[in-house]
Design a binder for this molecule. Sequence first.
Ligand SMILES: Cc1ncc(COP(=O)(O)O)c(C=O)c1O
Length: 369
Amino acid sequence: MGNKKILVTSPLLPPLKELQPYLEKIWESKWLTNNGHYHTQLEKALSEYLKVPYVSLFTNGTLPLMVALQALRITGEVITTPYSFVATTHALWWNGIKPVFVDVDLATGNIDPNKIEAAITPKTTAIMPVHVYGNPCDVEAIQSIADKYGLKVIYDAAHAFGVEENGKSILEYGDMSTLSFHATKTYNTIEGGALICHDAKTKEQIDYLKNFGFAGETTVIAPGINGKMDEVRAAYGLLQLKHVDNAIQRRKAIADIYRKELKNVEGITFFQDLSTVKYNYSYFPIFVDEEKYGISRDRLYEKMKSKNIFARRYFYPLISDFSTYRGLPSSSKDNLPNAHKLADGVICLPMHHELEEDDLSRILELMVK
Ligand SMILES: Cc1ncc(COP(=O)(O)O)c(C=O)c1O
């Protein structure tokens, strides 16, 4: 067994020779961006793959969050989770919206619907949950609270590419959902993302907003932004769709091995998969209980590093602990006990399609010993 570097992820790349003909077409056409041929094709292909009718491509996964908030005219306060990547809350901040953090459910890492109502004030206009690690939120419970109080729901589904529950895409829930196609994600377009909505008129509005608000050559109907995906990345994205299922299958096999080998290790726990959910195996988070495991999460993390195994502590620290958000009343530790418990114990183990049996043995040997 060697000592090669094992990284938490490795990007899925389409074979270079498959990309070449696409690049030649782009060079021939000289149409590089602004709703080009491959952009149109990828929106169509993704809408079929993801089983949702309306997909608007973006240049990353942060801009669709920003645009969703603009399109739905969200203001005031938005209820969200501290257990996510910081972009979720930054999108609110950039829109002048106050985030209100609600604690998470220990079984999924997602916002706990039972704690949402207590956080609603007259200024609340929306809920922005995250399907963290691709684990589906309790979408029914969240929707019934939203309906009761007249709130919008925007799902940050950055991790939830292709995730389904009871045969239905998780992206069908809420008013809108956003995806990230960042290089580290299960499906990537290097940088990229999408905004999912449920009707043609809203898609049209989103498409104006991601193109500076232009609704014609000389008409600007809103203060839009530049969120457009270019032709090269759209073509790359089309190719990725041919390979992503194999990559997900390999990830599933790795998750099965981790589960099997770690299930009896005292002090190490992980989320349980539900039989009703089709997962994408984006991440494999484990949670270390220092007392039972014998060493702390950080000791284990450092030990891995010393053996050239680079896991990551997603999501530690909590967003509510970053300087921008620390002063908010909802950021207090007492308000977020479960989120702190997860953040203090988590390590995301290496998870990608290129991990080999030897790599897994090295990781597991170190953890099980
Ligand atoms: C939960 C979550 N939301 C939003 C984003 C932002 O996506 P992007 O990096 O594509 O802008 C990420 C990216 O990693 C994320 O993990």
